[in-house]
Design a protein around this ligand. Structure first.
Ligand code: 5GP
Length: 189
C-alpha cells in the first residue's frame, strides 16, 4: 500500500514547483509516485485533455458521484463549478504501492483526514506574508484586486496551518531543499 500525501499552501508559496521537484526526487530514487488527477464539472480549456489535466464530467454526473460517496473530498468554488478527488482513482494507485500526491486546499485536507486518517498532511508556507506578496507581484500576471484577494486567502490559510502535522518553509531559491524535506518526511512514515 502506498502513502497518501496531501500538499497544501497559499498561492505564491511555490507549492507547484516544490511538487514538481518532489516528483523528480521520486524518479531519481526509482520510487513509485502518482500526482492525483481531479474530477471537475468545469469545461476543458484549450489544450486540456480529459484524463490528463482533469477528468471532465458533467455537473449531474458530479452530483450523482457525491451522492454515491465516490469522493475522498470535493468542493464547489465561487464559479459554481465542482472539483474533487475520486476515491477510485486514488486507491487504484495506493493499491499498486504508489505514493499518491494530492495538491488541494485546507478544506479538502480536512475532508481527506476524516475519510482517511493515515493521510500525511504537509503545508508549504512562504517565509512571510510580505515575501508572498512580493512573489505575487513579481509574477506580473495578477490584477491588484486579485493580489488583494489572494493575500486575504493566504492570510487565513497561514492562520490555520497548525492543523498540518508538517509545515515546510519554502525559502527563496531553495525549492530543492523544500522538496527534499518533504521527501524525507514521507519516507520516514
Ligand atoms: P482551475 O479551474 O483553475 O483548474 O482550478 C480552480 C481551483 O480548483 C484551484 O484553486 C484548484 O486548486 C482547485 N481544485 C482543483 N482540483 C481540486 C480537487 O480535486 N479538489 C479541490 N477541493 N479543489 C481542487
Amino acid at each position: 500500500m502506498g502513502k497518501l500525501i496531501v500538499i497544501s499552501g497559499p498561492s505564491g508559496a511555490g507549492k507547484g514547483t516544490v511538487v514538481q521537484a518532489l516528483l523528480e526526487l521520486y524518479k531519481t530514487n526509482n520510487s513509485k509516485v502518482h500526482l492525483s488527477i481531479s474530477a471537475t464539472s468545469r469545461i476543458p480549456r484549450v489544450g486540456e485533455v480529459d484524463g490528463v489535466n482533469y477528468y471532465f464530467i458533467s455537473e449531474s454526473e458530479f452530483l450523482e458521484k457525491i451522492k454515491e460517496g465516490a469522493f475522498l473530498e470535493y468542493n464547489q468554488y465561487g464559479t459554481g463549478k465542482y472539483y474533487g478527488t475520486l476515491k477510485s482513482h486514488v486507491f487504484e494507485y495506493l493499491d499498486k504501492d504508489y505514493d499518491v500526491i494530492l495538491e488541494i486546499d485546507i478544506n479538502g485536507y480536512k475532508q481527506v483526514i476524516s475519510n482517511y486518517p493515515d493521510a500525511v498532511g504537509i503545508f508549504i508556507a512562504p517565509p512571510s506574508l510580505e515575501v508572498l506578496e512580493q512573489r505575487l507581484r513579481d509574477r506580473g500576471t495578477e490584477t491588484e484586486e486579485n493580489i488583494k484577494k489572494r493575500l486575504e486567502t493566504a492570510k487565513s490559510e497561514m492562520e490555520n496551518k497548525e492543523i498540518y502535522p508538517h509545515i515546510i518553509i519554502n525559502e527563496d531559491g531553495k525549492v530543492l531543499d523544500a522538496a527534499v524535506e518533504v521527501y524525507n518526511i514521507i519516507k520516514d512514515k
